[in-house]
Design a protein around this ligand. Structure first.
Ligand code: HAM
Length: 422
């Protein structure tokens, strides 16, 4: 038997209705904030990620599914959505569109070769949004407000929002110099990844999972001492907007995020629900002011976030929130013999074309077995078709909720059901 690849999952019919519910709600909320959908390919030229996400990141160094295609090009299955959306923005000259910023959302599978763990997959589905073409603290606040609105609209309560400012490119480079001075003399005490990070991206030492408890991480200088006035002012304004919107947050000065493109605002939402598992990050995002130019685009800036639907569903489970489904059958037609079965097939076809969810038995079950099947499908109504029903062109329509029965002309069954279901 061939098994499923590690870190991936089959979404069986028992759970796809949860997914559809979540996906529809996410789209609805994105539209309330006036974000429009973009769909980019699942694979891109590898260079997009090495340049966009950054050569020093875990994603590029360890996690990409990269292969050479038959035309000898290096191709990578997308590990995230921001670089592809920015590529598309540049390539399709969206900066020339009249309405700026361009507000986009996307949803689809991402691929990272990571160690499998609860909440961590090698193929996972991200829902993300990007607002490109405006540098305005109000849009940073809009993006963060939208994230919180999303989680709260699903009924989640045990949430923590952490924010930070990484500053602009100048502030960041001053800060990185200070971190090198701070960590360099004792770098031997850190993990092998941090040995590299000290040269490639010292800020990442601050969110190293292995060295999190090292005293030097706790005593490291904070970005605040290195933010220049513009960066400080920008962050203050973002916080002011969040305060005005009544959004609770905590400033975490060690929040630097794992991708290289961030500047200014960075944020993450965590679940503090018991039983969520070791990985508690529900979503992450931030501003990326240098990314467009790094990808040979115009001097425009952007901000966005992404969440995975897998972790959103885990959070719902951890908080005991059940999703209500509307996948029950409207009508189940039980049949008593071969002639009524033939009649049922035609009747079903008419009902379905009229928008009624209907089904019948295809396994020649006895009547009792057919009624059990109707129960399992949570059918709202049932009818039993036999010789008499067809001869008289009348059926007993049974309401499975209250057990009530009513005799109906077969010719008016569709109208009757439509009225009852509406
Ligand atoms: P990220 O922090 O790498 O950011 O991922 C965002 C979210 O994707 C995470 O918070 C988590 O919910 C989910 N995620 C990441 N890896 C996995 C995994 N292996 N299994 C399940 N879920 C996962 C980005 O991807 C940025 N592009 C976000 C962004 C958009 N920044 C600006 N715009």
């Amino acid at each position: 038997m061939i098994n499923i690849a590690k870190g991936t999952q089959d979404l069986l019919p028992e759970v796809t209705s949860d997914w559809q519910y979540v996906e529809n709600k996410l789209r609805e909320i994105a539209q309330n904030y006036n974000y429009k959908e973009i769909r980019t390919p699942i694979f891109e030229h590898t260079e997009l990620f090495t340049r966009g996400v950054g050569g020093s990141t875990d994603i590029v160094q360890k996690e990409m599914y990269t292969f050479t295609d038959k035309g000898d090009r290096s191709i990578t299955l997308r590990p995230e959505g921001t670089a592809p959306v920015v590529r598309s923005y540049i390539e399709n000259k969206m900066h020339g569109y009249a309405n700026q910023p361009i507000k986009l959302f996307y949803e689809g599978p991402m691929f990272r070769y990571e160690r499998k763990q609860k909440g961590r997959y090698r193929q996972f589905v991200q829902f993300g949004v990007e607002a490109i073409g405006a540098e305005d603290p109000a849009i940073d606040a809009e993006i963060i407000a939208m994230v919180m609105d999303i989680y709260q609209s699903f009924g989640l309560k045990k949430l923590k929002l952490y924010i930070n400012s990484i500053g602009d490119i100048d502030s960041r480079s001053e800060y990185n110099k200070a971190l090198v001075e701070h960590f360099k003399p004792s770098i031997e005490e850190f993990c092998s990844d941090c040995h590299q990070r000290i040269d490639t991206n010292p800020m990442r030492i601050l969110d190293c999972k292995k060295d999190r408890e090292h005293p030097l991480v706790k005593s490291a200088p904070t970005i605040y001492d290195y933010l220049n006035d513009d960066s400080k002012q920008y962050f203050e304004q973002v916080k002011l907007y969040l305060d005005q919107l009544g959004i609770d947050y905590e400033v975490d000065t060690n929040l630097v995020r794992g991708l290289d493109y961030y500047t200014h605002t960075a944020f993450e939402v965590m679940s503090d629900a018991e039983g969520f598992g070791a990985i508690t990050t529900l979503c992450g995002g931030g501003r990326y002011n240098g990314l467009l130019e790094m990808l040979d685009g115009p001097n425009e800036t952007g901000i966005g976030f992404a969440l995975s639907i897998e972790r959103l569903l885990l959070a719902l489970e951890a908080e005991g929130i059940e999703i209500e489904h509307d996948d029950a059958l409207d009508l189940f037609i039980a049949t008593l013999d071969e002639d009524s079965k033939q009649y049922a097939v035609q009747l079903l076809h008419r009902l379905r074309k009229a928008g009624i969810r209907a089904d019948t038995d295809y396994k020649s079950r006895k009547l009792k077995g057919q009624m059990k099947q109707a129960d399992r499908e949570r059918a709202k109504y049932t009818i039993v078709l036999g010789e008499n029903e067809i001869k008289n062109q009348q059926v007993k329509l049974k309401d499975m909720n209250d057990g009530g029965e009513q005799i109906i002309e077969l010719s008016s069954l569709t109208d009757e059901l439509k009225e009852r279901l509406s």
